[in-house]
Design a protein around this ligand. Structure first.
Ligand SMILES: [Zn+2]
Length: 406
């Protein structure tokens, strides 16, 4: 069953000897491998430029539109020496500018809404010293706030379209634009709306867990549409803002989700789905590794780290997906499970596994994987693969785009 979704992982698993080909005794990348990675990133970027020309001019999302390409160029500018030239920030700008003049504020999330292009543009324009335009983007972003924090609004809470996605946008702007641009009170009221919404649904459904969330009438559990993503976003806010919810609401909900895990270490995609099928960021183990690592950090209990290790083993076994090399439901996205565990534990085993998934991505197009609908895009296509390879260069700082605040 799972065999058809993934390619059997025949890569040699971690041993100190196997790892020493890529990683030094100090836990850094070997110079040779670093050079290979940089060369591959440049090669794939040439490929990307051609593909990006064919992208829809009307898709304003980070997920599949031009703003996602801008986000990648900003990442390259920050992390890859050959891209540390002003012209690459200008390239990034060319991918967002057409959307800014007449933006319609429809969805408040970072990945699939206009909040994404606004947040990315604010940071980018600021870097380019275009301060006024940057401020306009932040002003527009904050226009969503009233609607998002309105607890009577029937808005969804998940990451791709809902409140948790808006929360990411605010945290991103606070971190990369100006810590004073978004007040703690603004963040607090979004958190409160997410909590109130989850408590309300749990009560209404007489749920066993204190928080419950639905998207399109289904109880999704994964990172993209489900509880895992919402809880992860809450845990990334400043502790004092969530302190009162931690032990009574957030922790018991995470513990309840953990009780649903399959023997493989994987997690169901929704309450109604009991088959152990999907191992990817959007549904299943990968998103859970990120949540569990964060829970370990916040609650300091070994059980979260143990469960993260188990989920990561499942990603290692079944994570080379036939769906391709993308972030949302592809090999690059799955590689972030290892990068997150490496960040949390500094265990070289996970950097090694992340590198092995990276090598798979470096053989882009050679495994008969499916071609995604939007082949250049950040979340489905090549831009996401390049984003991942770039994070391998700086594994200690790696962060899943649009999801991990760093
Ligand atoms: Zn997906």
């Amino acid at each position: 069953m799972s065999e058809s979704r993934s390619i059997r992982n025949e890569e040699e698993d971690y041993s100190p000897a196997a790892a020493s080909r890529f990683i030094t005794d100090d836990g850094e990348l070997q110079e040779d491998f670093k050079k290979d990675l940089e060369t591959e990133i440049s090669r794939l970027c040439i490929k990307l430029e051609k593909k990006a020309d064919e992208m829809s001019r009307s898709d304003s999302t980070v997920y599949t539109g031009h703003p996602g390409i801008a986000f990648l160029y900003m990442h390259l500018y920050k992390n890859v020496p050959t891209f540390q030239k002003f012209k690459y920030l200008k390239t990034a700008l060319s991918h967002v500018e057409p959307f800014l003049s007449n933006i319609k504020l429809r969805k408040p999330s970072f990945v699939c809404g206009e909040a994404g292009v606004l947040a990315v543009s604010a940071v980018l324009l600021n870097q380019l010293n275009m301060k006024e335009k940057a401020e306009d983007c932040v002003k527009n972003l904050l226009k969503f706030h009233r609607e998002v924090s309105d607890i009577d609004d029937k808005m969804c809470d998940e990451v791709l379209y809902g409140r948790a996605g808006y929360l990411f946008s605010l945290l991103y702007v606070k971190t990369h634009y100006d810590s004073g641009a978004v007040s703690s009170a603004a963040i607090e009221s979004v958190i409160e709306a997410i909590i109130t919404s989850g408590k309300g649904l749990a009560l209404e459904e007489k749920s066993d867990l204190p928080l419950s969330y639905k998207w399109h009438n289904k109880h999704y559990l994964g990172a993209a549409h489900g509880m895992c993503g919402i809880l992860y976003m809450l845990l990334q806010t400043r502790r004092e803002l969530i302190e009162e919810y931690l032990d009574t609401l957030i922790k018991p909900t995470i513990d309840g989700l953990m009780s649903l895990r399959f023997p493989s270490g994987n997690y169901p995609s929704s309450y109604s789905n009991n088959s152990d099928k999907l191992v990817q960021w959007c549904h299943g183990a990968t998103g859970f590794v990120l949540l569990l690592c964060k829970a370990y950090e916040v609650f300091d209990e070994q059980k979260y780290l143990d469960a993260a290790h188990d989920a990561a083993d499942c990603v290692w076994d079944r994570g080379l997906l036939r769906k391709g090399y993308g972030l949302c439901h592809g090999v690059a996205g799955n590689g972030y499970a290892f990068l997150e565990l490496f960040r949390t534990t500094r265990d070289t085993k996970y950097l090694y596994r992340a590198i092995k998934f990276g090598q798979f991505c470096m053989d882009y197009g050679q495994h008969n994987c499916r071609t995604p609908d939007r082949p250049a895009s950040l979340f489905e296509g090549l831009a996401g693969t390049i984003y991942y390879l770039t994070d391998l260069l700086n594994a200690k700082r790696a962060a899943f785009p649009g999801f991990t605040v760093s």
